[in-house]
Write a protein that binds this ligand. Structure first.
Ligand code: HEM
Length: 486
């Protein structure tokens, strides 16, 4: 087998349709880092510009594999569906999470489950994932209904008080964000949910500050700029608030077996001092709680916002989903697990929303050892990036209406929706797939079914469509809807 070592240029040429022939393989060399800071900055800006332009050009101009860099971080970007499938099949010993996640995004993710690799990650996954298995999620349904009911009441009040008869103009995002924050804190952190609310608002502020920072600019996270000082302050405040929640739980000596309790048990593996991997007992607790607070509520709240926006813009689908909900939840009965399973139209609407507006922009990985994807040998240390939206909107995979809202494409499930089922990745791929995906789907169905059974939605004339990335893809100006009682 001929080993062809190729530089950036070779790689770009290669990926422009001239993929290596069978039985040949290509090794990617990482770029030389001996460039001074200004040049790196210039490269970074140029790369970002180039990357953006590429994305705007459309599928025919998109290379299935290309390398670009943001500052000192180089990323191998993959939109070839077969390679994505292979990423999903790789073991946790071959592919992990890039180290820049726990460094450049450290204040938000630290060494929590989303950003770690190897044995630390395996230990965290073993503790956290079972807390979101279907039988556990089933038991969370009544608290989801309770939390949603209080938002429904609040919207009813707004309708009664509205100046325009029977119609309220509501910016739904904040309400949905506090709803999903309420659900995750009650479901995972037991009786401490009121304390959780303050943690969420600090995390949101931290997320917003961090989203304005570009990863890969050397030493930038250590500079005492205004935004870094804000980040450091929020990081400390969040840490002390989480430790207060934890100490109160320990003082209570309660018997709750929720996620917080599992994290506390897991932390017993660590001592008070930082070990060689940078972990100690408090860091294990704080970083994992922070990660769950963040991963568990932002994504679900944003998806609910996009879903209601799309239903408001597509009244025929709104009617279909409502008719189904009212048919299944007869006489105002609240949905249970069996009822949710029957809500096929609502499931299709959520799946289509996640296809068009996946909250995560990229799936990212780092090669932990030399690996081979299709015919490309990727050396240890190279970062891999899969742009979710690109894959979700390729006409060659989804048909000529790839950019349109058409939940019908999911009528035979995910497998029948595109030419290749592994092209649908809103929850990620392989062994790092979202641990809370079942919780998220159940939560979305509960929230949306209750809302559809009570209200009609249409777009407010003040709604401005502007999806924007703030670590997650969210409506920049929020979602304003006209809400009317059914
Ligand atoms: C619509 C809602 C959600 C979406 C779209 C979503 C999406 C994702 C994505 C794309 C990843 C990265 C997967 C990968 O790298 O392959 C992820 C990871 C994760 N998500 Fe979610 N997520 C959602 C809701 C939730 C919820 C409600 C929880 C519960 C707390 C959760 C917990 C996690 C965890 C713990 C991970 C890390 C898994 C690991 O690395 O082992 N997510 N999610």
């Amino acid at each position: 087998m001929s080993e062809l070592s190729c530089s950036l240029n070779n790689l770009l040429t290669m990926s422009e349709g001239i993929l290596p022939k069978e039985n040949s393989s290509v090794t990617i060399e990482t770029l030389d880092y001996k460039v001074n800071f200004e040049i790196k900055l210039a490269i970074m800006l140029e790369s970002l510009w180039w990357f953006q332009t590429r994305f705007q050009l459309g599928e025919e101009n998109l290379w299935p594999v290309f390398l670009y860099s943001t500052g000192r971080i180089q990323l191998l970007c993959i939109t070839d569906a077969d390679m994505v499938k292979e990423v999903g099949l790789c073991s946790s010993l071959s592919l992990g999470k890039p180290s820049y996640l726990s460094k450049d995004r450290g204040p938000l993710l630290g060494l929590g489950i989303v950003s770690t690799s190897g044995p630390i990650w395996a230990h965290q996954r073993k503790i956290i994932a079972p807390e979101f298995y279907p039988d556990k999620v089933k038991r969370m349904m009544s608290l989801m209904v309770d939390s949603t009911t209080s938002i429904l009441r609040c919207w009813e009040d707004k309708i009664i008080k509205s100046e325009e008869k029977g119609i309220a103009d509501i910016k739904i995002d904040e309400d949905l964000r506090s709803l999903s924050a309420d659900i995750i804190s009650r479901a995972c952190f037991g009786s401490n949910y009121s304390q959780g609310k303050h943690i969420f608002s600090k995390l949101r502020a931290l997320q917003q500050l961090m989203s304005s920072q570009t990863i890969g600019v050397p030493a930038s996270r250590f500079m005492p700029t205004k935004s870094n000082r804000g980040i450091w302050r929020l990081e400390k405040e969040i840490q002390s608030m989480i430790l207060q929640v934890v100490n109160r739980r320990m003082d209570d000596a309660c018997n709750e077996k929720d996620l917080l309790q599992m994290i506390l048990e897991g932390a017993k593996n660590y001592g008070d001092d930082i070990d060689h991997l940078g972990m100690n007992r408090d860091k294990f607790i704080v970083d994992n709680c922070k990660t769950i607070y963040f991963a568990g509520h932002e994504t679900t709240a944003i998806t609910a916002s996009w879903c209601l926006m799309l239903l408001a813009a597509n009244p025929e689908w709104q009617t279909r989903a409502r008719v189904e909900v009212l048919e299944i939840c007869r006489d105002g009965s609240v949905p249970n697990a069996a009822m949710l399973q029957k809500m096929k139209t609502l499931t299709m609407v959520i799946q289509e929303t996640l296809r068009l507006y996946s909250p995560a922009m990229f799936i990212v990985r780092e090669a932990l050892k030399d690996i081979k994807l299709k015919d490309i040998v990727i050396p240890k240390g190279v970062n891999i990036q899969i742009p979710i939206k690109m894959l979700h909107e390729m006409p060659s995979l989804w048909g000529s209406d790839a950019h349109k809202f058409n939940p019908e494409r999911f009528k035979n499930g995910i497998v029948g929706a595109s030419k290749i089922p592994h092209a649908y990745i809103p929850f990620g791929v392989g062994n790092r797939i979202c641990a809370g995906q079942h919780l998220a789907m159940v939560e979305l169905k509960v929230i949306l079914s209750l809302m559809l059974s009570k209200f009609y939605f249409s777009l407010s004339p003040d709604y401005r469509h502007c999806p924007a990335s703030s670590l997650v893809v969210e409506p920049k100006h929020g979602v304003r809807l006209h809400v009317k009682r059914v």
